[in-house]
Ligand binder design. Structure first.
Ligand SMILES: Cc1cc2nc3c(=O)[nH]c(=O)nc-3n(C[C@H](O)[C@H](O)[C@H](O)COP(=O)(O)O)c2cc1C
Length: 190
């Protein structure tokens, strides 16, 4: 049986070249259900939020908002910084959240992931992200996706997940996210 193709946008909350969270999204790209694609959108070029620029948005912000609007759902992998989400991610969400409640984030299904070397696997950051997503009227998948603790031990030198049970949990989570996203899908594709 074929299903409607879904386009997911992957957002890593880390700008680091060797980011564990970006590696997790790259791993997800190889474990997607059929008919689901995942494109990563780096946040590197997004400037700090400045309301004075709302009337003429910086190009990187327009591109980010457009990519969100064109997607059926988001997959965000967040690091944990001081028990919360990194400023880089919050800043990008703040830009994308305007105009309030009518932004590209409103009614957008979202899956939340996170990777950390610590055993807690970003649980506090993921809960904070869920809180922020509620403010922008996005629809976060209700259960914790993958609290990837000890993440610095979970990837091989090619940045592939080296642990079958983690791979399996990620695969199940991606299938759950696809089902969740299909519930809210709006027919905006050409
Ligand atoms: C400013 C800062 C604060 C951090 N705070 C936490 C924290 O509260 N909890 C945690 O698990 N890891 C914390 N870490 C460690 C990060 O989880 C670790 O650097 C991780 O690799 C960052 O994600 P990335 O690999 O995707 O860049 C912190 C790192 C930085 C730079």
């Amino acid at each position: 049986m074929t299903s409607t193709p879904l386009r997911l946008l992957g957002i890593s909350g880390s700008l680091r070249k060797h980011s564990l969270n970006t590696a997790l999204l790259q791993a997800a790209q190889e474990l997607l259900p059929p008919d689901v694609s995942l494109t990563l959108h780096p946040l590197n070029d997004i400037p700090l939020y400045n309301g004075d620029l709302e009337s003429s948005l910086p190009e990187a912000v327009s591109a980010f908002k457009h990519a969100i609007a064109q997607s059926d759902g988001l997959l965000i992998s967040t690091p944990e910084y001081n028990y919360s989400i990194p400023g880089v991610l919050k800043n990008a969400i703040d830009w994308a959240s305007r105009p309030a409640y009518k932004s590209p984030l409103a009614h957008k299904p979202v899956g939340i992931l996170g990777a950390s070397p610590s055993p807690y696997g970003t649980v506090r950051a993921q809960d904070h992200l869920r809180h922020v997503l509620a403010a922008v009227h996005a629809y976060a998948l209700p259960h914790h996706g993958l609290l990837l603790g000890g993440a610095n031990q979970k990837f091989d030198e090619h940045r592939h997940i080296n642990d079958p049970s983690t791979r399996e949990r990620l695969q199940v989570f991606l299938a759950d996210l696809a089902s969740w996203t299909r519930r809210f899908r709006t027919p905006h594709h050409p």
